[in-house]
Design a protein around this ligand. Sequence first.
Ligand SMILES: N[C@@H](CCC(=O)N[C@@H](CS)C(=O)NCC(=O)O)C(=O)O
Length: 344
Amino acid sequence: MTPTPLRLNGVAGSPYTRKMLALLRYRHIAYRLVHSAAGIPGLPVSRPHLLPTFYLPGADGAIAAVTDSTPLIRRFERDFNGRAAIPADPALAFIDALLEDFGDEWLTKAMFHYRWTYAADVRKAERILACWRGEPQDDPTLAATAAQVSSRQVPRLRYVGSNPTTGPVIEAGYRRVLDAMEDHLRTHRFLMGGRPGASDFAVYGQLTQLTQFDPTPMALATEIAPRVCAWVLMVEDLSGLDPTEGDWLDASHLPDSLLRLLQEVGRLYAPLLLANARAIEAGAAEVQASVDGQPWVQQAFAYQAKCLAWLARDHQALDAGARATVDAALAGTGCEALFPAAPG
Ligand SMILES: N[C@@H](CCC(=O)N[C@@H](CS)C(=O)NCC(=O)O)C(=O)O
């Protein structure tokens, strides 16, 4: 069992930190957030150091630094009862996991693109992120830290595949995702229905930045997606929601608005996942793909190959009935290309 309160290191500008904080509040799991791990001697360091980092007992009982929100959500489902964030129905749980991955891995491209492309966004992010480095700083120090932050992050735009060719594809995708979510929220409280799933927390995490922090994507969201903006501020603290089993969507009758979002997964993310997996398998350093008819080039990521392998494994593990339900939901969304029928 994982003891409580859980200790984690994270900051407000990290979408994955926000994902996990909202999940912990919803699940009534006590936690202590540490803004700077550097100030606490004796804490183990994660390699690479990613946010959020949780400090949790390993198999040998020693405290280890643990990152990666997706498996952590599954670990906490096993360790803490009630208020589950993973749907009980395996078919819906699979759809939820696919949308969670899209939030974590594709929406973050939009977040990173807007933040480090536009002057007003860079100026806001570099100075405010620099203040989250731990110790108080005087003005010259803060100016120097801010310059360090942006000179580190701006060149990393190419890691997420953002460049003058893909920028318009990313921005048009962000707009369609907002439209699809706005439409969904006309009739539902959460992506997964009347209660949130892991996908809600993942999408929320990225949207805390896109709709509430970075000025360019925030202005667009304010204009075209008021429900989404309001939803983000609400999902931050769902401690008072009382979910019931009947609140989940029915995976065999997904609403059109959710199918619209799955179509964006198929259109924006599936080609990248497949091309990335091919590149990793071939030992290539670079991914070459086509998204929305535009060439897409980025560094290959072993992590995203793992994401696809996890999803493919979960798809394979579904019993025939659940798999048929999932496949029927995904048919025509473009996501079906991710899970080709096993031979034989
Ligand atoms: N897949 C990880 C991603 C975590 C992650 O990428 N965190 C970012 C901040 S939001 C980070 O710490 N990046 C390292 C850096 O910027 O040096 C998760 O789900 O937790």
